[in-house]
Design a protein around this ligand. Structure first.
Ligand SMILES: Cc1cc2nc3c(=O)[nH]c(=O)nc-3n(C[C@H](O)[C@H](O)[C@H](O)COP(=O)(O)O)c2cc1C
Length: 180
């Protein structure tokens, strides 16, 4: 089994594409990215090192049927982790959002992933600076940094590749160490 699990939710496919590009950059250490609408909690909890990605939809929400996404997604998956023990696991989060149209809730859904996995005891790595983005507020900002990598394919698509590379360079050693 590859060592680093990659799980994503998506509505229109952008988060899937980023997940695939992350897997490609990581090479053999990474598992094939899995859409959470096809994953079980056991699939997810099988990994000690995880990269998880989500767009923000609705009004600062996780993707899922309730906010009008085309399929079930993180909103339906996360409750399956209730009570799970993720202590000792390392998790890195990335999120897609639109800072111009949704500047009051930019990439908010990363905060929901963060809350869930930290409640389960996981160690979240890969915080990301807010410099280079223009937005009013985001629940995904804690102590002045995003809890994970914020990407904006609507307004800053040309910055994505270099952001992903810099983020991966920072988190890969800790992911590999956790994966064993
Ligand atoms: C109906 C709708 C609601 C959205 N709400 C938010 C939001 O609250 N915050 C945000 O940062 N981006 C929001 N976005 C932007 C999406 O997160 C962004 O377009 C993302 O790239 C979509 O990724 P996907 O193709 O993986 O679904 C919204 C987009 C749509 C279509």
């Amino acid at each position: 089994m590859a060592n680093i699990g990659i799980f994503f939710g998506t509505d229109t496919g952008r988060t899937r594409r980023i997940a695939k590009s992350i897997a490609k950059k990581l090479g053999a250490a990474a598992a094939d990215p899995l859409n959470v609408n096809k994953a079980t909690a056991d699939d997810f909890l099988a990994y000690d090192a995880l990269i998880i990605g989500t767009p923000t939809l609705g009004d600062g929400e996780l993707p899922g049927l309730e906010c009008g996404a085309q399929t079930a997604s993180w909103a339906e998956f996360l409750p399956q982790l209730d009570g799970a023990d993720m202590s000792g696991k390392v998790v890195a989060i990335f999120g897609l959002g639109d800072q111009e149209k949704y500047g009051n809730e930019f990439c908010d859904a990363m905060a929901d992933l963060y809350d869930c996995v930290t409640t389960c005891g996981a160690n979240v790595i890969g915080t990301w600076p807010v410099d280079g983005y223009t937005f009013k507020s985001s629940q995904a900002v804690i102590d002045g940094s995003f809890v994970g990598l914020a990407l904006d394919q609507d307004n800053q698509p040309t910055l994505t590749d270099e952001r992903v590379d810099a983020w991966l360079a920072g988190i890969t050693p800790a992911l590999m160490a956790a994966a064993g």
